[in-house]
Design a protein around this ligand. Structure first.
Ligand code: HPA
Length: 270
């Protein structure tokens, strides 16, 4: 994997000469952040050596290189999900690449189902911790010390400093934010009512199918991480309304302008 990462960054540096400070993974319905970037280079995933090959026909995915208020950013437009069939090593490969392009701070976004009764659809949640319930661990196997240590400290996966700065900025922008614990499941099914109850009993506030592996790998490489989630549906054991993908995308899109504004401010002012 070390050699693969080196080959990939060599290719990217040759093509772009770009040295980003921030990495950002654009989740469901939040892809519009690309419009806030002054894009200098775009590399479709299928042109990048060693990048996972998309399983979905016509699935667009690209690395975008650009600036936001002068800050250099590399953005993943489209991420790789475990449920699509990728291994955890593949899901997290782009994070490895980002690190060796120079990224120190990673911003991760997603859509999730809320189980905290004080949440509502459209809420923006700053993730302050996670519970990993995914069936495969991205760090399983022989450890390569050049990436990071065998045993990774996870006492602060999400930067408290970034969270508190984001809260200040949100207040100034008049954007309401909540905070919470994200639980990662493999999907692709949405949760049964009993599973939503399980998520709640386990101590999480929201549940989704991404983010956890990328954050683990970012911490393995000692990156500072900021995670943000849009509540797109409520997993409520007394509410038998079914969740569907369309509804999730719609709710994420409605919250998108606020999330974009907040992330932009954070990148510029942190
Ligand atoms: N469950 C899991 N993943 C999700 C959900 C959900 O309710 N909403 C958006 N992503």
């Amino acid at each position: 994997m070390w050699e693969q990462v080196q080959e990939t960054i060599k290719f990217i540096i040759n093509k772009t000469g770009f040295k980003p400070e921030y990495g950002i993974i654009l989740g469901s319905g939040l892809g519009g952040f690309a419009e806030d970037l002054e894009i200098e280079h775009m590399l479709p995933y299928n042109e990048i050596p060693n990048f996972p090959v998309s399983t979905v026909e016509g699935h667009k995915g690209a690395l975008l290189f650009g600036t936001v208020g002068g800050k250099k950013v590399v953005a993943m437009q489209g991420r790789f999900h475990y449920y699509e069939g990728y291994s955890m090593k593949e899901v997290t490969f782009p994070v490895r690449v980002m690190k060796f392009l120079g990224v120190q701070k990673l911003v991760v976004s997603n859509a999730s189902g809320g189980v905290n009764p004080f949440y509502k659809v459209g809420d923006i949640v700053l993730i302050y911790d996670h519970i990993n319930m995914m069936p495969e661990h991205p760090l399983r196997g022989k450890n390569d010390e050049r990436f990071g240590p065998r045993f990774v400290n996870m006492s602060e996966p999400y930067s408290r400093k970034m969270i508190s700065r984001a809260k200040e900025l949100a207040l100034n922008l008049n954007i309401e934010v909540k905070d919470g614990i994200y639980l990662g499941l493999q999907g692709p099914t949405f949760e049964t009512l009993s599973e939503y109850r399980m998520v709640k009993v386990l101590g999480a506030d929201c549940v989704g199918m991404s983010t956890v592996p990328e954050v683990i790998v970012a911490k393995h490489m000692d990156m500072e991480v900021f995670g943000i989630s849009v509540i797109t549906d409520m997993g409520d054991e007394d509410n038998i309304d079914e969740v569907n993908h369309q509804e999730v995308l719609q709710a994420a899109q409605n919250a998108e302008p606020k999330v974009r504004e907040l992330i932009k401010e954070l990148i510029i002012k942190y």
